[in-house]
Each structure stands twice: as C-alpha cells, then as structure tokens.
Design a protein around this ligand. Structure first.
Ligand code: NAP
Length: 302
C-alpha cells in the first residue's frame, strides 16, 4: 500500500468525478479508481440534452472526459483497474484491484447500475441500432416511428408513456397480464390512444438487417418496429460490498440524501444508491453531498 489517501472514489462516472472535484478542490488527497474510462453509463449515451448548461446538448463520453479533467485540474488522481474487494470497517479502509491494494480514510462508492438485458440472440450487436435501454436518452430518435417497450414495472410504463408522446405507436410487451407499476402509470396507460398493451407476451427474436426492423414474439407473431426499449430493471454494481453494507432487496446500497451508508466514512452516490430518480443531474448532486459529509467525518476523526 503506497500511502493512505483521504478519499478513494470507486467509479468514474458523473457522481464519482463530481465527488472527486469537490474533494480535490477542498484540498483532500483523492484517488479515483475507474474500470475503463470516464463517464460510466453516461458515456454510452449518444447525446445528453437534459443536463443543464449545454444548450446544444453534449455527447455523453465528452461530458465524462470534461468531468474527469475538471476533477484532475484540482489534483484528483485516476488509476485504472477493476476493484475486486474492499474492507470498509475501521479507520483505514482497504480497496483492492486485481493488481494493487489502496488505503483511505473514507470511501465513496460510485459504481453505478447497469440495465438488465433481455437475453435474446444478437441483442448486444444491435445496441443503439434499434435496441435501447434508456427511453429518455434515445427516445428522440423515434419521432413518428413505431417502437416497443418490454417490461411491466414503473420504468417500463413511464418509458411507454414518454415514448407515446414522440412515437406514432408504442407496443408495451409484458410477460404477465398485471403490472408491477403504480396505479398512476396504469391509469395513464389506459387513457393513451397510441399504446397497445400486449399481455402475456415476450420477445423471442430480433428481426434485423443493418438495424432492427421488427421482433418475433414467443407466440410467433411478428411486429414491425423501428426500435425496441428494454426496461426490465437494473442491476446495481454492488456485489463486492454485499455482506458489509446494507443493501435493499434490489441490491442498491441503502443510503439517504446524506449518501451515508451503514458504515461510518463510507458513502454511496449516483445510481448505486437507493433513490427515486437516477439521472446525471441527481448523480452529480450526490457527489457534492458525499464530500460535505466526508469532510465532517474526517474533521471528527482528527
Ligand atoms: P422493476 O420494478 O423490477 O420491474 C421490472 C419489470 O420487468 C417487471 O414487470 C418484470 O416482470 C419485468 N421483467 C424482469 N425480468 C424480465 C425478463 N427477463 N423478461 C421480461 N420481463 C422481465 O424495475 P423498474 O421498473 O426498472 O423499477 C425499478 C425501481 O425503480 C422500482 O422500485 C420502481 O418502483 C422504481 N421506479 C420508480 C419510478 C417512479 O416512482 N416514478 C419510476 C421508475 C422506477 P414481472 O412483473 O413479471 O416480474
């Protein structure tokens, strides 16, 4: 272990690099450990146009690079590697990658959440060419087109309703005949004139040439569509913390608006935290809040 940092931030998405900016600017010795490249899920989003301040929108990867540069300007350091384990209890917390061990007085977890995949053949091949996991990010490409949404939870119904305001027609495909979603969404759905609900249905196959042109359902029916939005839940990247931190039933790290977790000196920010709205703008807010409470914690320890 080379030295004990004031703060290790695991994950270099918008939450992680905002925490790094705030911490480095406050004079803390900050290390960000990032698996691949800055930006997290945001980096695979074509254009971010719901993050205030960019009047023409901005490519997700570019915003990620800018956030990293902004934090590094104040002295935050990035190491690339995948965190494989962490010991979070105690005054000195240890974080291990496959090749190194790092120590810090505080740990900020910003590992995010990944969309759950449908599991049909060639799904990965057609990501962004007709297969999407974020209606609010990519829905605008389907103005006056035909799309399908898969899922029956709040996200799927919210996505279907959002897309129904852009697309000519929306199929909502759900494997059961009743929804997990709240009544407010189900009521709104019943009033919509361009959403067709296909109950007890599932997608068996993608039909595609250069991009998706349709889907075949398990009952053999074929639907001509331009885009498929998979909205069947998300997998928070919290597995390595299981058994140490309190997680909710979906695997999200339990932390309130203070971002404090069940272990003192450990904070969860962005999409990996229990919260009602997972967006870039709420992730960056978490980053600032975590540093505020981490500074308080460090001052108490001194
Ligand atoms: P969710 O509530 O877990 O719903 C996932 C849906 O996908 C379920 O309908 C499930 O079907 C279906 N599903 C799961 N695996 C599937 C598969 N392999 N193939 C086909 N369908 C599959 O997930 P979510 O909708 O993303 O919501 C996540 C959390 O965020 C929830 O707590 C939700 O309430 C919350 N949220 C809240 C709001 C809001 O309040 N405004 C908005 C969005 C999300 P079954 O029902 O058959 O299991």
């Amino acid at each position: 272990m080379e030295r004990i940092h004031d703060m290790i931030i695991i994950g270099g998405g918008p939450a992680g690099y905002t925490a790094a900016l705030y911490a480095a600017r406050a004079g803390l010795d900050v290390l960000v450990i990032e698996r691949m490249s800055a930006g997290g899920q945001m980096a695979v989003t074509d254009t971010i146009d719901n993050y205030s301040g960019f009047s023409e929108g901005i490519p997700g990867w570019e915003l990620g690079m800018k956030m990293q540069a902004g934090a590094e300007r104040f002295g935050a350091v990035t190491k690339y590697g995948e965190v494989v384990s962490a010991e979070l209890e105690g005054n000195i917390k240890k974080v291990r990658t496959s090749s190194d061990e790092f120590g810090a007085r505080t740990v900020v977890i910003a590992t995010g959440a990944n969309p759950r995949e449908l599991g049909v053949d060639r799904e990965e091949e057609f990501v962004s060419r007709g297969v999407h996991y974020c209606a609010h990010c990519d829905g605008r490409f389907y103005k006056n087109k035909v799309v399908a949404v898969v899922g029956g939870g709040n996200s799927a119904l919210e996505d279907a309703l959002y897309l129904s305001r852009l697309a000519a027609k929306v199929y909502l495909i759900h494997r059961r005949d009743s929804f997990r979603a709240s009544k407010i969404y189900v009521d709104a759905l019943s009033k919509s004139t361009n959403i067709e609900f296909l109950a007890n249905s599932s997608v068996a196959e993608l039909i595609a040439d250069e991009r998706v042109t349709g889907i075949r359902l398990a009952d053999g029916r074929e639907l001509e569509i331009n885009g498929l939005f998979v909205s069947i839940g998300r997998k928070p990247a919290s597995d390595i913390f299981r058994g140490q931190l309190k997680l909710d039933e979906g695997g999200y790290i339990v932390a309130d608006e203070s971002t404090r977790t069940s272990i003192a000196g450990v904070y969860a920010i962005g999409d990996v935290r229990t919260k009602p709205l997972r967006q870039v703008v709420t992730a960056v807010g978490d980053g600032a809040v975590a540093v505020h409470f981490a500074e308080e914690y460090l001052a108490e320890c001194d």
